[in-house]
Design a protein around this ligand. Structure first.
Ligand code: DGJ
Length: 368
């Protein structure tokens, strides 16, 4: 099957005829060293959740030259359902040969496919270490709580290739509400759920995530390696290392991007797998004031972001003359998560830098 454009909200297959499994994902243009051709190649890379077997899948990647036809690059970070397989499988043995048995216990707790939740993976390249860094919402029960979303952490894994295998580094609780501000969930500090990443023009990287039991979004700066925060939580300075956004507004699914010096953040409300009304914000300064711009969707009569939830916005212009930013949304199918589909919608920018998103039956229609 060859796609001229994208069947928004419908079954969408990879080059092998399998449903594309890259939910809660991210698309970007990347250059990387290709071991087959032994040269540097540039392609579109799509990473996301593989939901073939339901909620607890691994992370899969796809590559494409035209943004419409995708080749599966396989599972780039595997999870595993049995402890003995984790100990004996050569894939995990090679990755974690240097770990103590306590460390292996912890890694297994974070990546097992029975209880650990791995969602919304996002990928960035760290020039300094020449390594690909994958962050994701890492959740699941903990030793203290059996609740399925108890860990509420951000996980990180690294690899020398964009297509893995990624070595799990750890999962972390992140920054906390300063004492002089109202914490909307003081009983559990530093939570991190739906997340995204953003790398600025000066190579500073940020993680954007729902905290305080999803009541408040945070943006925290990452360190030079992109593998942890810019400062430990006890030393982090509010307004320099992190900022809380829209306290109590209950936003998730953050999709951040930059255009003409302005930063944009598209978000959803928090209604599980059910869609709700998008809201976006603009600022000139990441750690400054973000202006609420309301719902960007035009003609969305049911106020459900055209039955989707934001996952990323990417610049599809790829050096072509015409500017093109695409909103990528998930249309979740909660009865069968593996059949969740995608919306690729062009974003239109107004003269005052506000934006509009219209529904399109087909995504990425040329000249549209
Ligand atoms: C909404 C989040 O955006 C999704 O990533 C997922 O965690 C669902 N909630 C689970 O209900």
């Amino acid at each position: 099957m060859f796609y001229e454009d994208i069947p928004n909200g419908k079954n969408y297959f990879d080059e092998d005829g399998h449903l594309i499994q890259a939910h809660g994902g991210q698309i970007q243009w990347m250059s990387y060293f290709d071991i087959n051709s032994k040269s540097v190649v540039s392609k579109w890379i799509w990473v996301g959740e593989d939901k073939t077997s339901g909620a607890h899948g691994g992370i899969r990647a796809y590559s494409s030259e035209d943004l419409r036809n995708w080749k599966s690059e396989g599972i780039i970070m595997r999870n595993i359902d049995k402890r003995e397989d984790f100990d004996n499988d050569i894939y995990f043995k090679k990755l974690y040969f240097d770990k103590s048995s306590e460390e292996l216990d912890h890694i297994y707790e974070c990546i097992n496919s029975t209880t650990a939740i791995i969602e919304r993976p996002k990928l960035i390249y760290n020039k300094k270490n020449e390594q690909y860094v994958l962050w994701f919402h890492a959740d699941g029960p903990t030793r203290e709580s059996k609740s399925s979303y108890a860990a509420a952490s951000a996980g990180v894994a690294v690899s020398k290739s964009p297509f893995g295998p990624y070595k799990f580094v750890d999962r972390y609780r992140l920054n906390i509400c300063p004492d002089d501000q109202k914490d909307y969930y003081p009983q559990s500090k530093g939570m991190a759920r739906d997340m995204n990443l953003f790398v600025d023009d000066d190579d500073s990287a940020y993680i954007i995530y729902s905290s305080e039991e999803n009541l408040t979004l945070y943006i925290s700066k990452l360190n030079d390696d992109y593998t942890y925060l810019s400062e430990t939580v006890d030393k982090a300075v509010y307004g320099r290392d992190y900022i809380r956004l829209f306290p109590g507004a209950q936003r998730e699914a953050p999709a951040m991007f930059k255009r003409n010096g302005k930063y944009y953040l598209i978000t959803s409300g928090c209604t599980g797998w059910a869609p709700n009304q998008a809201r976006y914000y603009i600022t000139d300064n990441i750690m400054g004031n973000w202006k609420n711009m309301g719902d960007p969707c035009i003609g969305d009569t049911s106020h459900t972001t055209f039955d989707s939830q934001s996952t990323c916005v990417f610049n599809a212009s790829n050096n072509k003359r015409i500017e093109r930013y695409i909103y990528l949304g998930d249309r979740w199918n909660s009865n069968k998560l593996s059949e969740s589909s995608y919306l690729f919608l062009d974003i239109e920018f107004m003269e005052d830098d506000s934006l509009k998103i219209f529904y399109q039956e087909r995504g990425l229609v040329d000249g549209n």
